[in-house]
Design a protein around this ligand. Structure first.
Ligand code: FMN
Length: 201
């Protein structure tokens, strides 16, 4: 199963093939695949090469997995608890070299997560990022030290190939099969001045 998209064929196939599933197969995510995904994330660029990103990885069989599920907003809990791997993404909010606030830490974490997502896709996995998370619950459940903030959660696994059976699954499948939309380039890329379109875009 893959989600419908209308990506321009000139972009990298892995970018075109990435999508955010709501249903995962029972197949375990191999340790080697997990490692490769985080290795990809590790090589993202960051301001001052500060690498302000951290992750706590939990597998479904671990007690901590359920603790992380409980930190998710209810709408996310329903589907994300069936993913084989859940990840808590964490930011260091100050630069390591001088202790000053890092204004772009979230940018860098997002970029590292994008690398992770693409590497996962390349391996046949997919991830689904979640902003719908109770931050204070996550901070408390995972006892994060001062200066470190939970930011998002990420579900990871092999997407389910099986047709949906339960009513809940059918609703999730419908969401997966809905056409993936994006605003046109002309509405987001301007030339020389705010709002100025270009025929390139
Ligand atoms: C930072 C971030 C937060 C997100 N939060 C949620 C969320 O809480 N729940 C959810 O179902 N999807 C969430 N998503 C997934 C987006 O809805 C999804 O990426 C978007 O609809 C585009 O679909 P695609 O990833 O298949 O291209 C989030 C994605 C990102 C990048």
């Amino acid at each position: 199963m893959s989600s419908v998209n209308h990506t321009d064929p000139t972009v990298l196939p892995t970018i075109a093939n990435r999508w955010s599933p709501y249903r995962y197969s029972d197949r375990q995510v191999e340790d080697s695949a997990l490692r490769t995904c985080f290795e990809a994330a590790r090589w993202a660029a960051s301001s001052y090469n500060d690498q302000p990103w951290y992750w706590i990885v939990t597998r479904q069989e671990a007690q901590e997995f359920e603790s992380l599920v409980r930190c998710l907003m209810e709408a996310n809990q329903a589907w994300a608890r069936k993913s084989p791997v859940l990840i808590l993404s964490i930011l260091r909010t100050s630069f390591a070299h001088n202790g000053q606030p890092n204004r772009v830490a979230a940018h860098d974490l997002g970029q590292a997560t994008a690398f992770l997502s693409l590497q996962a896709c390349e391996l046949g996995l997919q991830v689904h990022q979640m902003g719908g998370i109770n931050l204070s619950a996550a901070r408390q459940s995972f006892q994060l030290p001062e200066g470190f903030e939970p930011y998002t959660a990420v579900a990871m696994g092999y997407p389910s190939e099986a047709p949906a059976e339960s009513e809940q699954d059918k609703l999730l499948e419908k969401r997966e099969l809905a056409s993936r939309q994006r605003r046109p380039l002309s509405k987001m890329v301007f030339i020389n001045a705010w709002g100025q379109p270009s025929k390139i875009f």
